[in-house]
Design a protein around this ligand. Sequence first.
Ligand code: DGL
Length: 279
Amino acid sequence: MGGKVEPACIGVFDSGVGGLSVLRAIRALLPQHPVLYMADQAHVPYGPRSLEEVRGFAEAITRFLLAEGARVIVVACNTASAAALHYLRGTFPDVPFVGMEPAVKPAAEQTHSGRVGVLATRATFQGALYASVVERFARHVRLYQDTCPGLVESIEAGDLDGETPRSILERTLKPMLAEGIDTVVLGCTHYPFVIPLIQEIVGPGVRVIDPAPAVARQTQRVLEIRGWLAPEGCRADVRFFTSGEVGRFQVQVQRLLGSEGGEVESVIWEQGELRRGLR
Ligand code: DGL
């Protein structure tokens, strides 16, 4: 009677390495739960694409992660959340989803100057989710938005502190500083990897909000509500998948996550669906 029940597996996805900032927080809080991480690097960046196109990717990735054993899906991408979260919840009604929205609510609560910078992709700013968060929580705050063109690509290329990300961020942040912002919201999961550079540009007096720890706590709550939260103990594995180049992603994972890294497997897009590639 009663064989050992495996802790619920958490499926996490993003267009690329950005969701690794969320994975890092999930591993810190829930190391006992196995994780599947999918980077859709065949399609990165998502930001300039239409919401419909990103929705199609998100649905197929969700199907893939569920088929591989995930029971909870964390959409570790603001763009995919903006494009698809509502749709995914309707399409997979039995699956709990944890999504992301720019952390405008805590920023609006914490700002003293009443001026907040928000960095996110174009698609995220276009989505109904962002409009609704602003409408509900930030009507009394002045928001300065920027899509930081090129920054996701630079982070994907492993350039976290070179000339390119520095000039993109200076061009973005200096006018916001001149307007008196005291808080910066990172509304794209790639951006926490350049927090040291952002903090250097804005100085110690400006607060930079990385939503990853809050997403990890929400994942924990979702597991708890379902009765799936496993007792702490052993450290479960993470499996990584990419629709891009396996060797390249392996290096990125190693560089960004260090000891948390692991083997990367290949997945291939075929007629709008994902299937496992050759190893
Ligand atoms: N990391 C993603 C986000 O949070 C997507 C960035 C992109 O692919 O443009 O929005």
